[in-house]
Design a protein around this ligand. Structure first.
Ligand code: SF4
Length: 78
């Protein structure tokens, strides 16, 4: 799955939502989140993000690792 990270906070551009073919990107209070079980790994959201906040789960920067869980937890609790 792909993961939205810190750079989305207080930006929430939402261009990613328009690119996602399976509508698995959800808005939270301060950032967007990707449902890890619904994401089909197409990568289309990555270039759409003006903040470069989206990464494959396999290439999330070390300092952003907490967002892997944050995306999963958000979608399972909302
Ligand atoms: Fe949606 Fe594709 Fe991005 Fe996954 S990688 S969130 S399916 S646009």
């Amino acid at each position: 799955a792909y993961v939205i990270t810190e750079a989305c906070i207080d930006v929430q551009d939402r261009a990613c939502m328009e690119e996602c073919p399976v509508d698995c990107i959800y808005p939270g209070d301060r950032m967007m989140y990707i449902h890890p079980d619904e994401c089909v790994d197409c990568g289309k959201c990555v270039p759409a993000c003006p903040s470069q906040a989206i990464h494959s789960e396999y290439s999330v920067p070390p300092a952003q690792q907490a967002f892997v869980d944050a995306n999963a937890v958000f979608v399972r609790t909302h």
